[in-house]
Write a protein that binds this ligand. Structure first.
Ligand SMILES: Nc1ncnc2c1ncn2[C@@H]1O[C@H](COP(=O)(O)OP(=O)(O)OP(=O)(O)O)[C@@H](O)[C@H]1O
Length: 650
């Protein structure tokens, strides 16, 4: 891309209604972010508006949730069952740790339950006048011992939970990284980078919190609740009755919450993805923003994203608030009933004061684990939503179906190639191109005419909408990636230097099969031996961010050396030498000439001298091959190429 097109292209990404828009969450799912609390309204109307807003946010959450099921629109979201299955399988492979976690949590809960029972007995002995000072001392000492045991067991339980939690987190992170690396390149590029980043950062963290905090607390609280109910029953079945009321209230309020929460949290995360996408694009396009004075527009877009996110957060907050109101009722009402029932039962001689005391303490003791249990449910909803988004990355449909057949020949043919980045907007319109083995084809044409897109299709990066690219008669989309890499390779304008040694950066094209001599030969082939020999640690010199920096030209040479090692019979060079100054580029091309001589080369060229040296030149205009022939033939034809050539020469 030229500098001008770089600016215009980047501006396209940053302006409304541009190509960038389709990469994000479905536009239809946006909600108006204009609903603010109107304090001038009378309270009843305010309540009406609150209900209306709540419904609107709920509809929005449902729409985003439904849209997230469509893999064609952004990155998909996995089903809740898959998320639970994933967490379950992680837990299943750590049986020892999980068992330790359960056992210690259960023992800690039992220790906590013994104390009220002892205190209740003490009250009964005291009110009955049966307890001596010595007995009271013994009971208190015993209570102290149990408190100490409880502390030790709680420590052991938390430690076991932390070990399991961090282990799970590490496993989940590895899974996510592997999944992301396996994604088809075309799909990764089509996804919003903000969404991908949010999923592998914020969603991984949410899942990790759910695992590290929620699972242990779920164990502790659930054990505590279950044992407290058993203890209540053992203490007095009559005084346990009010719990039924509590259970009914809890059941309905939690069920209603759970029905809505997942969609709410997935929507909330989707809004974070939007914010991330807007910020990332703005930072990446900072120069364009400055050059075209787009700051106010970008600011507005970010404000809109934040406003929308705040609406989504308000919705989940309302869900939580409603839940907690019900929980307060569910916790307080039984206590009142225990006192009332206890008073009646005492007057009828059915229960003792000690039993009432124990029941009241147990009920009080139940509030905290119940409260935590509900918080755990809330965190788990967030965790499950985050896990669903994480696993959704793995559900991106693969764009190739690798088969068993390997190409017997090396002729590369493209037939009826059409391609659209946006549905209904083809950028290639039925291109036919056939390369003879060993031929050099230069692709030239105006900016945006589809040269790079054609190169990507020929290299098997993207699947054409119609037609196919075949190598030796086999569709490139049917070849497994390692096989394809040995057939056709694309060298693009971006040359990433990975953090690692110079050697690592080069052998990744043929991992495990390349020796140091191969690496040196590859560097020599691209004329990089001089400066690489002068590096302080030779092939062991560490490159990448924060380490030895490379000039763009050196980075490009490293990328080319990688390619030499991959040894494909066909190379697609997408302005591969554009970042090197013309003299070095000429030099580099010269030194590569011997290497390229027995390969098929498709060179997407801006500098026409590359075209001049090619066997044939394809002139791409508006997604079609307008002219095809040798330099001399095309000059003689006096068409588009002749015009470009004269302009370039002058
Ligand atoms: N990732 C993308 N998303 C949406 N549209 C795209 C994308 N990449 C390219 N396009 C559009 O497809 C069309 C063809 O682009 P392409 O990069 O293939 O042209 P080109 O001839 O290589 O341009 P240049 O010489 O400027 O690199 C252009 O209109 C471009 O805006």
């Amino acid at each position: 891309m030229t500098d001008r097109t770089a600016v215009v292209g980047a501006a396209d990404e940053l302006l409304p209604g541009s190509a960038a828009t389709w990469r994000q969450e479905p536009e239809a799912a946006r909600i108006p972010a204009s609903l603010h609390v109107d304090r001038t309204l009378p309270p009843r109307h305010r309540l009406d508006r609150w209900v209306a807003r709540h419904r609107e946010r709920q509809d929005h959450a449902r729409a985003v949730f439904a849209a997230s099921r469509n893999p064609e629109r952004g990155l998909p979201v996995a089903r809740m069952r898959s998320a639970l299955g994933f967490i379950g399988s992680l837990l299943g492979t750590r049986r020892l740790g999980v068992t330790a976690m359960i056992v210690f949590n259960a023992l800690a809960a039992v220790a906590a339950l013994v104390i009220p029972r002892l205190l209740g007995d003490l009250v009964d002995d005291a009110t009955g006048g049966g307890a001596t000072l010595r007995e009271t001392d013994t009971v208190l000492l015993f209570v102290l011992g149990v408190v100490l045991a409880h502390g030790v067991l709680t420590f052991a339980a938390r430690r076991a939970s932390a070990v399991v939690g961090y282990d799970l987190l590490a496993a989940a992170r590895e899974h996510v990284v592997e999944t992301v690396l396996r994604l088809p390149l075309g799909k990764v590029e089509a996804a919003s980078s903000g969404d991908l980043i949010t999923r592998i950062t914020s969603d991984v963290n949410k899942m990790s919190n759910a695992v590290r905090w929620s699972l242990p607390n779920l164990m502790t609280s659930a054990t505590m609740v279950a044992l407290t109910v058993v203890a209540l029953l053992l203490n007095s079945p009559l005084l346990t009755l009010p719990l039924v009321l509590s259970a009914v209230m809890l059941f309905f309020s939690v069920r209603s919450y759970l029905k809505r929460a997942i969609a709410g949290y997935i929507t909330e995360s989707a809004t974070y993805s939007r914010i991330n996408a807007t910020v990332t694009e703005t930072v990446e396009g900072a120069r364009t923003v400055e050059a075209l004075r787009l700051a106010a527009h970008r600011q507005q877009r970010l404000d809109d994203d934040i406003a929308e996110s705040s609406q989504a957060e308000r919705y989940t907050m309302s869900l939580r608030n409603l839940l907690f109101i019900w929980l307060d009722f569910a916790f307080q009402v039984p206590l009142v009933f225990v006192v009332l029932l206890g008073t009646w039962g005492y007057s009828e001689g059915l229960v003792t004061v000690g039993q009432i005391t124990t029941a009241a303490i147990y009920l009080q003791q139940l509030v905290s684990p119940m409260d935590r249990l509900i918080q755990v449910l809330d965190h788990l909803q967030v965790g499950i939503a985050a896990t669903s988004r994480l696993l959704g990355v793995a559900e991106v449909p693969d764009d190739r179906t690798p088969g068993e057949v390997t190409p017997a020949a090396s002729d590369l043919v493209g037939r009826d190639l059409r391609f659209a980045y946006r549905e209904g907007h083809d950028v290639l319109h039925g291109v036919d191109v056939a390369l003879r083995p060993g031929e050099r084809l230069a692709i030239v044409g105006p900016s945006g005419s589809g040269k790079s897109t054609l190169g990507r299709l020929l290299a098997g990066i993207n699947r054409p909408r119609t037609g196919a690219v075949t190598v030796g008669g086999v569709d490139v989309m049917d070849l497994p990636l390692p096989v394809l890499r040995g057939e056709v390779c694309l060298v693009s304008q971006e040359h990433h230097v990975f953090v690692g040694t110079l050697r690592d950066n080069i052998v990744l094209a043929r991992e495990g099969a390349a020796t140091d001599a191969d690496v040196r030969a590859a560097l020599a082939a691209v004329d990089a031996q001089g400066w690489t020999d002068r590096l302080p640690d030779g092939l062991d010199t560490r490159l990448g961010q924060g380490r030895t920096g490379l000039t763009p030209a050196q980075a490009q040479q490293v990328a080319l050396a990688r390619l030499v090692l991959a040894d494909p019979h066909t190379l697609v060079l997408d302005e591969a030498t554009s970042l090197i100054d013309p003299r070095t580029a000429r030099h580099l091309e010269g030194s590569m000439a011997a290497l390229l001589s027995d390969r098929t080369v498709v060179a997407i060229a801006h500098r026409l001298h590359t075209a001049h040296d090619a066997d044939r030149i394809a002139v791409v205009i508006d997604g079609r091959i307008a002219e095809l022939g040798s330099h001399d033939d095309l000059l003689a034809a006096d068409g588009e190429y002749a015009h470009l050539w004269r302009t370039w020469r002058s």
